[in-house]
Design a protein around this ligand. Sequence first.
Ligand SMILES: Cc1cc2nc3c(=O)[nH]c(=O)nc-3n(C[C@H](O)[C@H](O)[C@H](O)COP(=O)(O)OP(=O)(O)OC[C@H]3O[C@@H](n4cnc5c(N)ncnc54)[C@H](O)[C@@H]3O)c2cc1C
Length: 397
Amino acid sequence: MRDFLLSDEDRAFRSEVRDFLARELVPRAPAIEIEEDWEAVRAAVRALGESGYLTLMFPDLYRGDLSKPGLTHAALLSEEAASVNYAFETTIATALSCAFPLYREAVPALRERYLAPIVEGREIGAICVTEPEAGSDTSAMSTRIEYDAERDEWSINGFKRYISNASVADVYIVYGISDPDVPAQRGMSAVAVPAGTPGLGFPRPYHLIGRRGCKVGEVEFRDCRVPGDHLLGERDKGFRIMLGMFNFERVILGGAGLGVARSAFELARRHAQRRVAYGRKLGSKQLIWDKIVEMSWRIDAAELLTYRAAKLFDAGTLTAKDLVKPASMAKLVATHTANVCADQTVQILGGDGLAKEFGRAEQIYRDARALTIVGGTSEMMRYLIASADLPELKPDL
Ligand SMILES: Cc1cc2nc3c(=O)[nH]c(=O)nc-3n(C[C@H](O)[C@H](O)[C@H](O)COP(=O)(O)OP(=O)(O)OC[C@H]3O[C@@H](n4cnc5c(N)ncnc54)[C@H](O)[C@@H]3O)c2cc1C
């Protein structure tokens, strides 16, 4: 049943990616998790870029062997990377989230300057949406992006938080209000802000429960100025750009959830096959095999929803609006599955599930927790699904 939606070519790609990660990520994963070694992350990102994996979403930049590269392959990459180290996977997801609007919306010079280095793994990007008073409700953001016609510059003022790659990124894709007199949906713009721009600051790094090794923190903009051509797309059309990014980001997060779930499941399965209690293997006890069964069907369900959404996206036949429901379902189910599997695995491993000395179960448990919050919370995914299923009722928030 597994891989039901994947073609032979997709499966061959998965195994190629697995080999690549075994070479480039597996040896670096302990340094990323234990020493929070950012250089190890960067080296693995460089290897990813050199291998061409960061161009999977951009057909005219892709130079590999796949006949039709796309989100299916980006989700496979995400799944495989997250099964080794979820912190590292987040740098792939963020790179693609930065590259996507640059690819679709930037003028050629901007595209050349910022997109090429990101997809080649030479530079790192960050996406700045979330603010202290604007989390799920992105329309409440107060960061201002104002045009100075005399100098042909955009001036950015505001404060963002929970920004992945804050302080280490080479370019920041920033969303803010450019017309405060209309709702944010019609008055938001997006600009690219390079590192080193005067007025760009990083007040605090955050110390999270999991995802060790990747950077998350605050980003401040104080009359931060960028040239006029650093606008992405059209002025006041940033909300649409942001929504366009969410569909594919949620499928990638489905892949990440799946990878985390699968890595937990494998630990649980191996332990249940090996550990003896009361004279018999743990896995032969109903209270244990029932947990294995639950993980197994949840992983299959998450896999089907994730690759269904990816295939629908790649087919290009649905509108962005119609993709919202399958993408939200993939994110909702796969990230919940990751948490269920991480939790059940700790339970099956007993004390060994809590101690770093006995493997990765405790790390997976901590890492999984962010998945139902980042990229749109589970509550928001439910709201989006309800909005598609009950349009006449207009479910509110
Ligand atoms: C590790 C990590 C990395 C991140 N990286 C980035 C990044 O790179 N860039 C970026 O811009 N942001 C990033 N974020 C921010 C992330 O997108 C937000 O945390 C998320 O959107 C939720 O916003 P919030 O934390 O402000 O929570 P809130 O929006 O304040 O929500 C708090 C709780 O209330 C619930 N809730 C909110 N509104 C409703 C409602 N109407 N009805 C019912 N329940 C509701 C939510 O579902 C949640 O459970 C990151 C967050 C984390 C934890």
